[in-house]
Design a protein around this ligand. Structure first.
Ligand code: ADP
Length: 305
C-alpha cells in the first residue's frame, strides 16, 4: 500500500539553527501516528512543512503520491490540518463558517451543502449548524475545527494537540472521533499526553533536537510487561525468576516488581503461579509506563533501540 505521507531527508534551518535535521518517515492509510517530542524538538516546523505553510531547506514531502514542492495544489488537496489554535471565527455560525471553508477549498457551489452536511455528521455537529461558534463549549469548538479540516474529504489529517484544554468527557469524545476518522484516512497526531498516544495511536515517532530518535509501536512492549505488588518482603520473592514464562524480574521497591514475560505467558498464568506459590498478590497490571520510559530514554539518552 502506498504511503499517505512520505518524508525523505527533510531539513529546515532558521538562519544557522537546524530545527529539523534530516528526518524520514511514512504515514500509512488507516494509521494514527503519534508525533512526540519535548518543546523545541521541531514538531511544529515539520507539521508546517507538511501542510505547505513553510518551505523545507531541503528534502522532499509526498502527500498521497503528490510531491508537495512540484505539485503543491494537488498535494495540499489531500490534506486537512487542525492547528493547535483552531482557525475559527467566533462571530460566525457553524454552517456559515463551514460553507466559507468549503469555498476556500474550491468546493463547487452545488457540492457545498453536501460537504458541510457530511463534515457535520462526521463530527457530531448536526444540530449545531445555526449556533454561533463563540457560544459553543470548547469541545464543540474543537469539533468545528476538525470539521473544517475534513470538509474537502482529505485522505490525510494533521491534528496538533487536539485535546488540549478539554474536560475529560470532551477528551473521550474527541478521541472517539479521531479513531472513527482513521478508519478511512491516515492521521498524524501531535500531543504531549502519552496516555493519549497509548490509547489512540498505532505507532509513535519521537523527535528530539530536530532528529528522529524513536519510531516504533506504542503498545507492543507493554503487553509482555507486568507490574506486580506483593504483600511479602523482598527476601521471600526470589521464586519469581523461576516461574514459567518469566524472562526477567526487575525490583522497583521491596514489594513491587516489573516482570517481562515470554509471548506464550499471560498475566492470568502469572497470577495463578504466584498464588500457587503462596505469594500474596496485592496488584497486577500491564506496564503502562513503557512509552514514558521510551520517551525519557529517547530525549535524555539518545536513540532508543
Ligand atoms: P516544537 O513544535 O517541537 O516545540 P518547533 O518546530 O516550534 O518545535 O521549534 C524547533 C526549533 O526551531 C526550536 O529551537 C525553535 O526555537 C526554533 N524555531 C521555531 N520557529 C522559529 C522561527 N520562526 N525562527 C527561528 N527559530 C525558530
Amino acid at each position: 500500500m502506498a504511503a499517505l505521507i512520505h518524508i525523505e531527508n527533510l531539513f529546515r534551518y532558521y538562519g544557522d539553527h537546524c530545527a529539523v535535521a534530516g528526518i524520514n518517515f511514512d504515514l500509512q492509510p488507516c494509521e494514527v501516528l503519534g508525533f512526540l517530542g519535548p518543546n523545541g524538538a521541531g514538531k511544529s516546523t515539520t507539521m508546517q512543512i507538511i501542510s505547505g505553510v513553510l518551505a523545507p531547506s531541503s528534502g522532499s514531502v509526498r502527500l498521497d503520491g503528490f510531491n508537495l514542492q512540484e505539485d503543491p495544489v494537488r498535494a495540499k488537496r489531500t490534506l486537512g490540518y487542525l492547528p493547535e489554535v483552531p482557525p475559527l471565527y467566533p462571530e460566525m455560525r457553524v454552517d456559515e463558517y463551514l460553507r466559507y471553508c468549503a469555498r476556500l477549498h474550491q468546493i463547487g457551489t452545488s457540492d457545498t451543502d453536501r460537504a458541510v452536511a457530511r463534515a457535520k455528521e462526521r463530527c457530531g455537529l448536526k444540530p449545531m449548524g445555526s449556533r454561533v461558534i463563540g457560544n459553543l463549549s470548547k469541545g464543540y469548538q474543537q469539533r468545528v475545527g476538525i470539521a473544517q479540516a475534513i470538509i474537502h474529504n482529505p485522505r490525510i489529517i494533521i491534528l496538533d494537540e487536539p485535546t488540549s484544554g478539554l474536560d475529560p468527557n470532551q477528551v473521550r469524545e474527541i478521541r472517539t472521533l479521531i479513531r472513527d476518522l482513521a478508519e478511512e484516512r491516515g492521521i498524524l497526531l501531535s500531543t504531549h499526553i502519552l496516555p493519549e498516544v497509548q490509547s489512540l495511536c498505532d505507532r509513535a515517532l519521537i523527535l528530539y533536537q530536530g532528529g528522529l530518535v524513536y519510531s516504533g509501536p506504542v503498545s507492543q512492549q507493554q503487553r509482555n510487561r507486568l507490574l506486580i505488588t506483593l504483600a511479602t518482603d523482598d527476601a521471600e520473592n526470589g521464586y519469581l525468576t523461576t516461574l514459567p514464562g518469566v524472562l526477567q524480574v526487575e525490583p522497583l521497591s521491596p514489594h513491587q516488581f516489573r516482570l517481562t514475560l515470554s509471548d506464550k505467558c499471560s498475566p492470568a498464568d502469572i497470577a495463578e503461579a504466584i498464588v500457587k506459590h503462596g505469594g500474596q498478590l496485592c496488584e497486577l497490571r500491564t506496564d503502562q509506563d513503557d512509552l514514558e520510559r521510551i520517551f525519557t530514554q529517547a530525549t535524555l539518552g539518545g536513540r532508543v533501540q
